[in-house]
Design a protein around this ligand. Structure first.
Ligand code: AHG
Ligand code: MN
Ligand code: MN
Ligand code: MN
Length: 336
């Protein structure tokens, strides 16, 4: 086989986004590119801390509980602080919402910009101490025209986000991003300190062979979910689906984007609205899924159409390959 010479023309995330923004012409001021630069820095900073966590006493609990009643891990708190500091200092934000903060942060006049960022600073907390993949999830809105930046600017449907993405801290750090024109994946070259385009134009296969649910909750699941799961485990024809569930949404969604299949965290008899948070988990992942050609639903409604009432609201989530998610939705239709 002929050997390919090493590339001397790397497409960095900044180069790629800048190129996109320039293509948009007059509307683009470069502000989004600068905001995304700040987010990239937070991902690199969090990634190095994740790598060193076991060595520098960063595993375990921080000793506080967040607004959702979850015990915060040290890395949850550290990642939150890293993001708040960098986003405020970028001068490009007006409102920040974090899983780890009870209230939205309204950025003071001196540092104010026109974007609102909603984020899950560290997703997959329960996996930290075992060294399993974790991540950061973010969604970006622009403040409404004439708004100075209030919480109302983020209580809007996910379809109004201008960008969304996540970084997964795994065998490498992978940043997956959409600015509304498809989805691209970048891998951190740690020696360069740059995210390099490695997964251009990610498209979810229209059908997969994997399902990803916390099936330990089956006894609480509603009938359509259990009936759907039975249909893929005991198919009338062909082979059953494989189960893969990591318990870090970022990792489970990342695999779903690349391999196809379905990821689900339903509402059930115990968790009336499910577990995942609408603003900074469900919306960004639904945005990416749709941009990659997949479907994201609560079972009965498009996730991106939901109008949030509160910043920490939860919602049921099913997302992934179009055909797989549509199969699930049929069980909800016949249930009603
Ligand atoms: P977080 O660690 O940010 O609180 O999110 C946890 C979420 C999500 O990552 C994952 O999909 C889900 O919780 C797993 O929940 P179970 O442990 O109930 O399966
Ligand atoms: Mn949490
Ligand atoms: Mn999370
Ligand atoms: Mn989290």
């Amino acid at each position: 086989a002929e050997e390919q010479p090493p590339s001397t023309d790397l497409i960095t995330l900044t180069r790629h986004v800048l190129h996109d923004q320039l293509r948009l012409g007059a509307a683009a001021t470069g502000d989004l590119t600068l905001l995304l630069t700040a987010i990239q820095v937070t991902s690199k900073f969090i990634a190095t801390n994740v790598r060193k966590a076991r060595l520098i006493n960063l595993v375990g609990l921080a000793g506080e509980t967040n607004v959702q009643g979850e015990e915060q891990k040290k890395l949850d708190v550290l990642s939150n602080d890293i993001m708040v500091n960098a986003l405020r200092a970028s001068g490009k934000t007006a409102v920040l919402v974090s899983e780890e903060l009870d209230d939205a942060i309204i950025i003071e006049e001196r540092n104010k910009g026109k974007y609102c960022v909603v984020f899950d600073p560290l997703d997959g907390s329960s996996n930290i101490d075992a060294g399993v993949n974790i991540g950061t999830i973010f969604g970006i809105y622009q403040v409404r025209p004439d708004s100075k930046g209030t919480v109302e600017d983020v209580l809007r449907p996910g379809s109004e986000m201008v960008a969304a993405g996540y970084t997964m801290y795994g065998s490498s750090a992978n940043l997956v991003l959409s600015t509304g024109q498809g989805v691209n994946g970048y891998t951190l070259d740690a020696s360069l300190g740059e995210f390099i385009l490695t997964h251009p134009d990610i498209k979810i296969p229209s059908r997969g062979k994997i399902y990803s649910f916390n099936e330990g909750n089956s006894m609480y699941f509603h009938p359509p979910v259990n009936a759907y799961l039975k249909s893929i485990k005991y198919p009338a024809a062909g082979s059953p689906y494989s189960a893969r569930y990591i318990g870090s949404m970022v990792a489970d969604v990342h695999r779903t984007l690349l391999y196809g299949g379905i990821f689900g965290y339903p509402d059930d008899k115990k968790s009336k609205s499910g577990k995942l948070r609408l603003l900074y988990e469900a919306f960004p992942m639904a945005f990416l899924t749709e941009q990659a050609g997949g479907v994201a639903t609560t079972g009965t409604k498009r996730i991106l159409d939901i109008v949030p009432k509160g910043i920490h609201e939860r919602c049921p989530v099913f997302l992934g390959s179009k055909d797989d998610v549509q199969d699930l939705m049929k069980f909800y239709e016949s249930d009603s």
